[in-house]
Design a protein around this ligand. Structure first.
Ligand code: GTP
Ligand code: MG
Length: 576
């Protein structure tokens, strides 16, 4: 998966990556030549007292250093830019994929996990890419080139390189192998912390009301402790890394000095060669350490890549048609034909064999006890889910054959849980119609009985709305959501229990105002209160997903026992 993601998302940056590699190559060669120049200065210049030679070679060294610095800066700059662009592309690809998901797929991963995947997991892969840019060229060349250069200085000490490298590899390899399982757990615990935190922020009012704060704090504490425990575990090994590496490096430097000193005594080696040898050895060990370090990141990044790939590889269960229908000339209303629906993983169908049709200009009410499947029925129309059986048609066209935009354009949905976006009242209304004028907005608010409180707000249409609309009351939120649907002037209105938070008088006024607007539209109203729907052209009575009654209020009163029960219970409640 890691390779696949890298291949796909790095392809656009091939050229930049080429430049980075080239620059790194030059910088590495430059840094490899420095110790040897230095050795020449000591052995041929300082020892013989040749100042001109020292100046000349010193100038060379300065030039090489400047070249190395320039190349490194350019390579790091370009590399970082490409790595960041890579991260951005993965995130946007991920986002587009998630946006295409139906509620089913979002539910499968869970929102918190999707967020972690698109932020932290992408970052892990991005870090690997960045490190890869720096090391891919420089590490192997330093290792091979360093060995060659060291041998050129002195063959007699080469056994020290042969001894130090395996020791370093073994030591760092051991430490890293201890850290890898921790990395895997870390990503999972990060998900947990995010999930608990999110749940608590969203549910903070409920938590307070039920005095569950100690319990919730405990739950967060547990997730947080898990994460910190595993981080500390990993950190402990990580902290052992640096001293180990330094120990190996310094020990081998001492060994070089020791054995080199003996060779210099015997006249087999020069002092400059010795210093150069030490520098090469350190360069080689450095490269080895960095490569092992990069190898650590590979398993971690591949865990993350798997998590990203899982999402990228999931296709939505609601697939838009290849060539969706955009234009329909007839206004045929809405029809349910033998519709059945089962939630993924659920044993029993939520809806079975639902049949009814609603013509343009008609109002259809849906009533039934909680959990009867009313919201589910409504959500099938804009394809938040796809039906398991049967068909739903809008204007005589199967909703699955519509171009999604064209379908949604025809539908004005007021969901049961009125959700508003952070922004202003106006920006929320413009979700319904992007080019709505102020007059249109006020008109829609007027119908939705929202003028009073919106004009009472300090900035009117430009008043702030918090995320989720939490700075408005439930009823206010519902009315804004209704206005958002009205402003769109759709062919099909879907009101999912949208009047429940309104008081009886407002409810009546709202329905009165709606009537002229929805004269030519198909209206579906899910309602709890019977009197909200007595005037509906037809009423669908749902019970456990089955249609047990279909007809007008008066018809149902005589034919449908379930409906009679509902009416009676509400009358009784009113009387008492
Ligand atoms: P109220 O809004 O309370 O009046 O109920 P409703 O008639 O709108 O019920 P809804 O359509 O929301 O749910 C019908 C049934 O489907 C219930 O038994 C739920 O438990 C079930 N259900 C709803 N949403 C989901 C879901 O996302 N997954 C699963 N597996 N079941 C669901
Ligand atoms: Mg519902």
């Amino acid at each position: 998966m890691l390779l696949q993601i890298l291949r796909t998302y790095l392809r656009p940056y091939k050229r930049e990556i080429g430049y980075v590699m080239g620059l790194q190559l030059v910088a590495t060669i430059a840094s490899l030549s420095l110790p040897s120049l230095n050795a020449d200065i000591i052995d041929k210049g300082v020892v013989l007292g040749d100042t001109a030679y020292i100046m000349r070679m010193g100038g060379w060294m300065l030039g090489v250093t400047v070249l190395q610095i320039a190349c490194t800066i350019a390579a790091v700059y370009l590399g970082a830019r490409s790595a960041m662009a890579f991260g951005r592309d993965v995130r946007s690809g991920f986002f587009r994929q998630v946006a295409s998901f139906s509620s089913r797929e979002v539910g499968k991963f869970g929102a918190p996990s999707l967020i972690t995947r698109n932020t932290n997991d992408v970052q892990q892969v991005q870090m690997l890419v960045m490190l890869g840019f720096t090391l891919m060229v420089s590490a192997p060349i330093t290792m091979v080139g360093g060995v060659i250069m060291a041998l050129r200085e002195d063959v007699g000490l080469s056994w020290l390189v042969a001894a130090a490298v395996p020791v370093l590899v073994a030591a760092t390899g051991f430490i890293i192998s201890r850290m890898v399982p921790g990395f895997r757990r870390m990503q999972r615990y990060l998900d947990d912390v995010n999930r608990v935190m999110r749940e608590q922020i969203t549910g903070i009012r409920v938590i307070r009301a039920f005095v569950r704060e100690p319990h919730e704090s405990g739950r967060f504490g547990a997730a947080n402790d898990d994460l910190s425990d595993v981080s500390i575990d990993v950190g402990r090994w990580m902290s052992a890394m640096f001293p180990t590496v330094m120990f190996v490096m310094n020990a081998s430097s001492v060994a070089v000095l020791w054995f080199g000193g003996i060779r210099i005594d015997e006249g087999l080696m020069q002092i400059g060669a010795l210093t150069a040898f030490i520098t090469y050895l350190v360069q080689i060990l450095m490269a080895v350490m960095m490569s092992t370090f990069m190898l650590v990141m590979v398993p971690r990044a591949s865990v993350s890549a798997d998590r990203i790939g899982e999402v990228l590889g999931t296709s939505s269960s609601v697939v838009p048609p290849e060539e969706g229908i955009t234009e329909v000339n007839t206004r045929g209303g809405l029809e349910f034909r033998e519709v059945g629906f089962t939630y993924a993983g659920a044993e029993h169908p939520v809806l079975c064999d639902v049949n009814f049709s609603a013509a343009a200009g008609q109002t259809t009410a849906i009533i039934g006890s909680t959990g009867a499947g009313k919201s589910t029925l409504l959500n099938l129309i804009p394809r938040l889910f796809d039906v398991s059986e049967g068909t739903i048609t809008v204007d005589g066209v199967d909703v699955r054959d519509f171009d999604p935009e064209a379908l949604w354009q025809r539908i004005g949905l007021v969901p049961q849980k009125a959700y508003l976006f952070s922004g202003t009242i106006a920006s929320n209304l413009r979700y319904g119609k992007p080019d709505a004028t102020e007059e249109e907005m006020w008109e829609a608010l007027e119908i939705a009985q929202a003028t009073d409180f919106v004009s009472a707000m300090s900035d009117g249409l430009d008043s702030d709305v918090a995320q989720g609309g939490t700075n408005l009351s439930g009823g206010q939120r519902q009315r804004i959501a209704i206005a958002r649907a009205i402003i769109r002037q759709p062919e099909v209105y879907l009101f999912d229990d949208s009047f429940s938070a309104l008081d009886v008088a407002t409810d009546a006024r709202l329905r009165q105002a709606l009537r002229p607007v929805t004269r030519d539209a198909t209206v579906l109203i899910v309602a709890q209160r019977v009197f909200t729907i007595t005037e509906a052209d037809q009423i669908v009575v749902l019970e456990d997903g089955d249609v047990v009654g279909l007809g007008s209020h008066d018809e149902l009163l005589t034919t449908c026992p379930t409906y009679q029960e509902i009416v009676e219970s509400q009358l009784k409640a009113e009387a008492s």
